[in-house]
Structure formats: structure tokens, C-alpha cells
Design a protein around this ligand. Sequence first.
Ligand SMILES: Nc1ncnc2c1ncn2[C@@H]1O[C@H](COP(=O)(O)OP(=O)(O)OP(=O)(O)O)[C@@H](O)[C@H]1O
Ligand SMILES: [Mg+2]
Length: 427
Amino acid sequence: MADQAGDPLFQSHDPIFNRKELLHVGHVPDEDRIVGRDDEIQSVAAEVGAITRGDPPNNVMIYGKTGTGKSLISRHVATRAQDAARSNEIDCGVLYVDCSEANTETRATRQMALSLKDQTGYDDNIPVRGVGTMEYYQHIWNILEGFFDATIVILDEIDKLDNSNILMQLSRAREAQKTDAYIGVIGISNKVKYRETLDERIDSSFGHRELFFHPYDASQLREIMRNREDAFQPGVLEDGTIELCAALAAKKHGDARKAIEILKEAGELARRTGSENVSESHIQQAQEVAEINRIEELTSGATVHAKLALYALASRIITGDRETYKTREIYERYVSICELVATDPITENGLYRQLKEQAFLGVIESEKTGGGRSQGSYLLHRLVTDPKHIVKAVRRDASLEELPEYDRLAESGDGARNRDADLSSFS
Ligand SMILES: Nc1ncnc2c1ncn2[C@@H]1O[C@H](COP(=O)(O)OP(=O)(O)OP(=O)(O)O)[C@@H](O)[C@H]1O
Ligand SMILES: [Mg+2]
């Protein structure tokens, strides 16, 4: 057997990547790789910063679309505040709760109590099972009282919590004499309407500022990616590739996570095809793949019917000559597609609800239009992305892979338009 280092089956040198981990989805960049968010860092620091001087902080809610740096910046500022507090001899804890996992009050308080115990020498046993929220709160107050002057609590994806009582408990803790420690809450959500869902009582006790993180523009995305150029071997990225990647991502969504993913995918493509460099064409192809992944992620939790509805709209756009279609028109196509995959169709009203859900997810846009005096108003739906990507994403569902591919749909364009005419005569 060849010795491992010399076995040609396993190249010891990666021709494309140098430090690929810098491009991994879960990778949390070091401080000095955080760029383009100076104002946001300042704003968050201004709300919670009083803690570092031994004064009461403000609570803050951060809103913004996915991949705009909300989680990253919050953690970054909280850690820096903790360090700054320490140099003023103030003991400040940092608690991070991902409410998409800890999505009940009990789970969230349990996680907070356990994390506080980890950070301190608290020696009471905290049971993980069989006790209720009140007991976890009690541990939290005890630990804060015993070990801390202050703490910053980050409640990430806070809209996933099944109730927001925790906000009231945290904001009233001092008043209710549970603890003397100051508590600053940073709530994070990508649903701007979150505040409207708050109980008035909770909203008023959780007095808070609101910050909005905007999608990154092309120059910020460029900076973010430039700062990770060393993920690649020197000279491998051709001139203009980062610029192109930034421009494409800024145009679609301004999501830093996705921009980095495109860059990584482009590198993988280059490697798979034996290229020595990553070129603009690799970026273009990677962007297509990323967009399909993005649509697939957005729709992954959707029902088969929602996927078929999306496919129906995409196929109408591909084969027809318009960008927008009425619910009824999509429904007709949907029914014939159901036949193809031997699925019983749901009602038109059911399909309408599915379309509304997709509009909520940002895959389609629906607009109400007046249909003239006799017709009343109706909804027109359009796809936010290229229909080609929808077709690909939907066909990734194993039960739907028999649906025609994009090319076949495109070829059948004219014929399909006639078929639509036939179909509409049924309705
Ligand atoms: N300003 C930045 N500088 C460097 N990297 C960044 C920056 N903003 C985001 N990133 C990268 O993008 C990833 C996603 O950012 P983050 O998790 O903060 O987004 P988010 O706004 O919390 O999104 P979501 O709503 O999906 O949770 C980060 O892990 C990081 O790799
Ligand atoms: Mg986040």
C-alpha cells in the first residue's frame, strides 16, 4: 500500500482552496473579518453599552432580512461589552438563546439557566427534566444575584418563541426584586411585524429601541468577500470574480451568507472541472445553483400542493407570454399537473391559500387588480425569481421528479399555449 501522503488518490495539495473553512456556512468570522457594519455595531453598542459603566442598558430589537449580520453583530457587540465591563471590574454575563430551537418559555429559560451555571461556579443542581419555567427562572435570578452585576441576553429568532412572557420577566426582574443585576435584552427577528404580535402589557414593560439592518449592497458584499480571499490559494481567484459575485448577490438579496456560499460553490466547480482558476463563468454557474438552493430552502417546508402551485405558475410563465397570472389560471394548470404526478388536486380556494403562503415566504408576489365593472377584483401572481429555478427546485422533491424539466417546458411553449386555451374552455 502506498504511504498515505504519497497516495495519488488523495491529493495532498488543494489547488483551489487554501483555508476553505472560512467559507463554511456555520463559520463565525473573527472580529477583524467583520466589515461593512460599523454603524450597526455602534448602534447596538449605544443601546447595551451602559452596562460597561455599571449603568442600566436599553433593550433593543434588531430587525432585518436573512444574512444581514444580525446574529453576528449582536454576538460581537455583546462579547466586546463583556470585555469592556470586565476592565471596569463589572461582571457581565452573555446569554445567547436560539429561539428557533428553544422555542418555548421552558426551553429558553432552561437553556439560560444552564448556560449561566456553565459560566459560573453555581453548584445547585439544575434538572433538565421534570421541572417548570418558574424553577428555571429561580435559578437564573439566583445566579445573576450571586455572580453578576449585569447580563446581556440575546434572544435570536425571537418570533419563534411560542409566547413572549420571557420579555416581561427579564425586563421586570429588578423592579420585582428578583435580582439587582442589570439585564439588557437584544431581540432579533426577520419579521418586522413581530412587535404587532406582542401583548400590549409585554410591549410596554419591554420598552425597547428598534434597529433595522438593511441588506448588504454590492460594495459591502465585496468587502466581506475580500476579507476572506485567503480561503483560496493565492492567485486562483481571477480578477473581477469577487466583484461579479457581489453584484449578483446584491441584486438578488443582499444576503452575505449566500454571497459567501456562491464564492465557495464557484471554487468547488473550478476544482471539479480541473480548472486552475476561478473565473466569472464559475461564479455565474454557482449563482444559478445557489439560487435554486435558496428557493429550495424557502419551499422545503411547503406541501406538495404548494410546490405544484409554484410549478404551475412557473410553467405558465415559461410557456406563455405573460409574467403574471390569475389564481384561476394557475389553478387550471395545477390540476393538469396533478394528473401527471397522480395526485388528487385540492380546491381552488385551497390553492389560493397555498399561494398566499408562498407570497409570505417571498417566492411569489401577488397583487390585487381591478377586473373591470362586471368582473370584480382578482389577484395576479408573479414569480420573484427565474421560473427555471422554480422548476429545478420543485423537481428536487423526490415525489415530483417526473415533472417535465425546464427545457421540455420551453420547447412545448406554443403547443402548451394552445393547451391552455383548451383547458380554459373547461372552466
Ligand atoms: N458584516 C459582516 N462581515 C463579515 N461577515 C459577515 C458579515 N455579515 C454577515 N457575515 C457572514 O454571513 C453570515 C450570516 O450572518 P448572520 O448569521 O449574522 O445573519 P442574520 O442576519 O442573523 O441572518 P438570519 O436572519 O438568517 O439569522 C455570518 O455567519 C458571516 O459569515
Ligand atoms: Mg441570525
